[in-house]
Design a protein around this ligand. Structure first.
Ligand SMILES: [Zn+2]
Length: 246
């Protein structure tokens, strides 16, 4: 395998009808999958996917599920603890500026950071619009991967200089902001993802892990002068393995 989609949601119900085909497409294109449970049901499905397809998983609880009952969060927490050996990281967890109840989001985020610290695992952060807040809350307690990083360049550099990771998503295929980030960073601690079924690079289609190759192609287009395509593929693959300890 040559590529790793560092963050997606193969367990998402959106793939109930064609999950086998989507995983096969990835494998045939040399793409390894890291799928991230984001709710209690999602975490359970991610565990089933790992068994069935032999893919990597992370388990967490998404800030957009802030309305979920505390009991549900307790169960997700317990599920993660019990499946410590099955997971690469805790996530996705974090904060989202578009979602209500920031206090509760933060309380739960802190709780899962502490769990990751206990389990000695990295975390996968959803930091939409609250990248700085997330960085301050984590306070270098655990290694963090900022999934679909959309913050500014200065913070991106600070994150990387502190040993954490920035994940570049399929948004780079059309977003100037993300293209500029990549132009101005070197490839140290950069990983790539699709966030499938979301963030499709093709209008009207569901995203899928094999499209992580499109992210690599775009990075190559932007950094042709500095790296060969082979170098980009190798560096990013190794960054991902280092992040997740695989
Ligand atoms: Zn996600």
């Amino acid at each position: 395998m040559r590529y790793i989609d560092a963050h997606c949601h193969i367990e998402d119900k959106a793939f109930n009808k064609n999950r086998d085909e989507i995983v096969k497409n990835a494998k045939e294109n040399g793409v390894e999958i890291v799928t991230s449970g984001a709710s209690l049901g999602g975490c359970r499905r991610a565990l089933e996917c790992k068994k069935k397809y032999n893919i990597y998983i992370t388990l967490g609880f998404h800030p957009s599920n802030v309305r979920s009952d505390d009991k549900v969060v307790d169960e997700a927490y317990k599920l993660i603890e019990e499946n410590e050996k099955e997971i690469l990281a805790v996530g996705e967890i974090g904060l989202d500026i578009r979602v209500e109840n920031k206090e509760k989001q933060e309380e739960r985020f802190r709780r899962f950071i502490n769990l990751a610290e206990e389990l000695n695992k990295p975390i996968v952060i959803h930091a939409k619009g609250m990248e700085r807040e997330c960085f301050d809350i984590v306070n270098n307690k655990v290694i963090s991967m900022y999934h679909c990083y959309s913050g500014d360049l200065d913070l991106a550099k600070e994150i990387i200089n502190n040993g954490h990771y920035i994940s570049i998503s399929t948004l780079i295929c059309f977003s100037e902001h993300h293209q500029n980030l990549v132009k101005n960073l070197n490839l140290e601690n950069i990983v790539v993802e699709t966030d499938s079924p979301y963030l499709s690079p093709i209008k009207g289609e569901k995203n899928e892990p094999k499209n992580v190759i499109k992210v690599i192609d775009k990075i190559w287009e932007l950094k042709k002068d500095e790296y060969s395509k082979e170098e980009i593929i190798k560096i990013i693959y190794e960054n991902t393995k280092r992040l997740y300890g695989i």
